[in-house]
Design a protein around this ligand. Structure first.
Ligand SMILES: Cc1ncc(COP(=O)(O)O)c(C=O)c1O
Length: 340
């Protein structure tokens, strides 16, 4: 064998009319004008993207994020951003340091590259936290820290941005803050990356930008980092993807509208599930972590056509994406039925 075997990510099919609350996607596609702009670029897919097209997308994201366009590197979704950073770190930092429960692809990709994975215990509560002393201790020893904040699957911000900056100041290696759910949260380390070259913000357009199927992400970091990222991946995003980024990031009305709807629905869903007697943790994201009296609630709900995600914390738990109001109603009535 010339490569090590690895388990594949479980990509699935869904029956018609399935209620899809398992992958933290946006329940609605981007608006028509974005789809039209993408279609225009489809007519030119025989050509690699020109510098202008790439720069316009980077500029729009830089403006959306309040940073200089030089500090932005595009990636083929968050996953490729993670993979690229890991590949660049591997030679110098043989290990990564992650929260005990985190986005599963991060430790999976690190192991695939032959890196060691160290985990930091988390603290269960209405808002989940992390063992800060342990995290700072590991940071001083060395390694590449990948911390998703807000965290998947708990939904909480593990540390405020200011504390993550202090972590970068004390760390011997890079500190990557996976801000996949930044748009729902607002608190970000992006503004500190210029003055802290080991601090990196990693983001995706798969959530609040409704572009999961396009595979677009970006990284904000000091220019020496983003220049290297652009050097190893000059064309990470397709022409339609670049067009979508430009229109959505420069007119963030769609994103703001979606975020507003999701947050209102999240609080409604949380209150209603608590009303059913479930333990629902607080969240700053587009999903909720829920503990139930059921064994494998994701299996029980799947039989009723409602798809939520298994979480590796306890078999009684599930992670439910906040969907459109009718999706959330379907989840609530399925839960009411099984719990009665
Ligand atoms: C914390 C976190 N990081 C990264 C990603 C990957 O996103 P993408 O779709 O851009 O690969 C996800 C997706 O669920 C996520 O939850």
């Amino acid at each position: 064998m010339i490569v090590d075997p690895l388990d594949e990510y479980p990509i699935r099919d869904y029956p018609r009319n399935a209620i899809r609350l398992d992958l933290n996607e946006s329940p609605i596609p981007p608006p028509r004008e974005v789809l039209e702009e993408m279609a225009r670029e489809l007519e030119r897919v025989n050509r690699y993207p020109e510098a202008r097209l790439i720069l316009e997308a980077r500029r729009a994201l830089a403006e959306y994020s309040g940073v200089d366009p030089g500090m932005v590197a595009l990636t083929g979704g968050g996953d490729y951003g993670i993979l690229t950073l890991l590949a660049l770190f591997k030679g110098r930092w043989g290990r990564i340091i992650v929260p005990a429960y985190t986005y599963s692809m991060t430790p999976h990709l690190a192991r695939a590259l032959g890196m060691k994975v160290s985990t930091v215990p988390m603290v269960e509560g209405e808002w989940w936290g992390i063992d800060e002393d342990r995290l700072f201790k590991e940071a001083r020893i060395g390694g590449a820290i990948f911390i998703d904040s807000p965290n998947n699957p708990t939904g909480s911000r593990l540390l405020p941005a200011r504390r993550l900056v202090e972590l970068a100041e004390e760390a011997r290696g890079p500190v990557v803050v996976d801000e996949a759910y930044y748009d729902f949260e607002g608190d970000s380390i992006a503004g500190y990356t210029e003055s802290h070259p080991n601090l990196i913000s990693l983001r995706t357009l798969s959530k609040a930008f409704s572009l999961a199927g396009m595979r677009v992400g970006y990284i904000i970091a000091e220019e020496s980092v983003t220049r290297t990222l652009r050097a190893v991946a000059p064309f990470p995003v397709s022409r339609p993807g670049l067009a979508a980024v430009k229109v959505l990031a420069s007119n963030p009305g769609h994103v703001r509208g979606l975020v507003g709807m999701v947050k209102a629905e999240r609080e409604r869903l949380k209150a209603a599930m608590r009303g059913l007697g479930l333990r629902v943790y607080n969240s700053r994201t587009n999903f909720l972590l829920v503990d139930t009296p059921l064994e494998r609630p994701y299996k029980v709900l799947e039989e009723m056509g409602v798809y939520v995600k298994r979480v590796p914390i306890r078999e009684t738990m599930m992670r439910a994406t906040v969907g459109a109001p009718r999706d959330n109603d379907a989840l609530l009535s399925a839960l009411a039925k099984v719990l009665s």
